[in-house]
Design a protein around this ligand. Structure first.
Ligand code: FE
Length: 180
């Protein structure tokens, strides 16, 4: 009798383990979820002016949800031509947000007339609003400024700004959304 029971027991245990593995694989998909708490009307579903958690999207998703001109500058680090953007000499009072994700970047209080042809600010609204990266393109060593939430390209930062920081955030208008 024992001779017949042993193989049956082994088969039963093996079946249980396989079933368990199969169930685990189905019920625990490892996909990244982005919770959209407060979608802003008129923008894509990942755009938020209140959510500061990191936003990571595949390039094909960015390409689908952003207008082509925003996509080229924000996701491929292109630069708009000087004196062509809508904010380089704009003096409206309000706030500037990332055009790609809605992250709050600058206040108009920190905007100044640099004359360089791009909107210029002497400080970001929060230290974590932006992140910095060394850029060695075109034979120069510059510091690239990216959105702290979505890593989109905003522009570069230079040391020739006014007090109190002495910094000049030289931004692409197309990377910014202004709200009065
Ligand atoms: Fe962003």
């Amino acid at each position: 009798m024992k001779i017949f029971l042993l193989p049956l027991t082994v088969i039963a245990i093996s079946f249980t383990q396989c079933a368990g593995q199969s169930e685990k694989a189905v019920t625990a998909p490892q996909t990244q979820q982005t919770t959209i708490m407060n979608p802003t009307p008129g923008h894509h579903p990942y755009y938020s002016r209140t959510d500061t958690t990191k936003l990571v999207l595949a390039d094909e998703v960015w390409k689908k949800i952003l207008p082509e001109d925003v996509y080229e500058i924000a996701r491929h680090a292109n630069t708009e031509r000087a004196f062509t953007g809508k904010y380089w000499d704009y003096e409206g009072i309000g706030n500037y947000y990332c055009a790609a994700c809605g992250n709050h970047l600058f206040k108009s209080d920190s905007k100044f007339a640099s004359g360089c042809g791009w909107p210029s600010f002497y400080e970001s609204v929060r230290p974590t609003s932006v992140i910095y990266k060394t850029d060695k393109a075109y034979g120069m060593i510059r510091t690239e400024v990216l959105c702290g939430r979505c890593d989109s390209h905003l522009g570069h930062i230079f040391d020739d700004g006014p007090p109190p920081t002495g910094k000049r955030f030289c931004m692409n208008s197309i990377s910014l959304d202004f709200e009065p």
